[in-house]
Ligand binder design. Sequence first.
Ligand code: ATP
Ligand code: MG
Length: 274
Amino acid sequence: MPITVEDVSFSYTRNTQLGSIVLDRVSMNINQGEFLVIMGEIGSGKSTLVKHFNGLLKPLSGKVTVDGYNATSVQVRKLVGMLFQFPQQQLFGRTVFEDVAFAPSNFGISGKELLTKVIESLKLVGLDENIVSKSPFSLSNGHMRLVALAGIIAASPKYLVLDEPSTGLDPKSRNELFKALREIHATGITVVVVTHNIHHVLPLATRVFFMERGKIAFEGSPEDYFLSGYSQVQDIPLLMRELRKSGLDVNDDVFTVEEAFREIMHIKKMRTGT
Ligand SMILES: Nc1ncnc2c1ncn2[C@@H]1O[C@H](COP(=O)(O)OP(=O)(O)OP(=O)(O)O)[C@@H](O)[C@H]1O
Ligand SMILES: [Mg+2]
């Protein structure tokens, strides 16, 4: 199991007084190649949970491992790339090149190989290589976020974890970001994303988790998620339009969860033959 979370509890106050437990005996596994979506209520512990995947937080009890290493061990830092809610705060370079080159140069890559790595990473997230000499702070909000993402990808992580990556973006930038995630996942990187915008990632999602008060309240396929009481997508027509835009041939003249479910299952059947 590439990422395993075993019976993890966590409290910011490092004690187990009533009310201070933020993660309450959470267990989950993330398999290689998955595109995992974590949803949940505000304050339910989503950010706290994903910060355990690269050792930013340490469990009060229980264990998190990545490829067999304890998540707090140094090897895991290279394996797991993490993008936060306001990745602009992760930018610092005078130029886009400096920013994206930072991690690979720390891993000993230099010269032409470094330039190639930077350009490849920018292309993968959908940015033009011509922006390398620009200041990242002169770019639009959406492009700044893509530069931060390129910087993480340039370090060649095996796992990419994103915590509400589309917060505060306009619809166009949001689409660009989720398109970048599709491309990144297609290269074989395992993706874990905390997001409320499930309709953007539905065609890719392998599993959906829904958190409630520090526990995993639901875990299952996207189809089951829509049939569960946890589904928060009220706007089914919007969902169907997004699915069409992402290239799935669904009927977007659909207004109920049941109809949407049938459409999605139909597409799944055509794709997988099962
Ligand atoms: N640094 C901190 N110190 C103390 N308590 C914190 C800290 N960060 C989060 N908490 C508390 O831990 C609980 C879980 O927070 P967390 O940020 O993990 O939730 P979340 O599901 O990511 O919420 P949101 O949807 O708002 O992003 C909340 O009650 C929050 O107030
Ligand atoms: Mg959060």
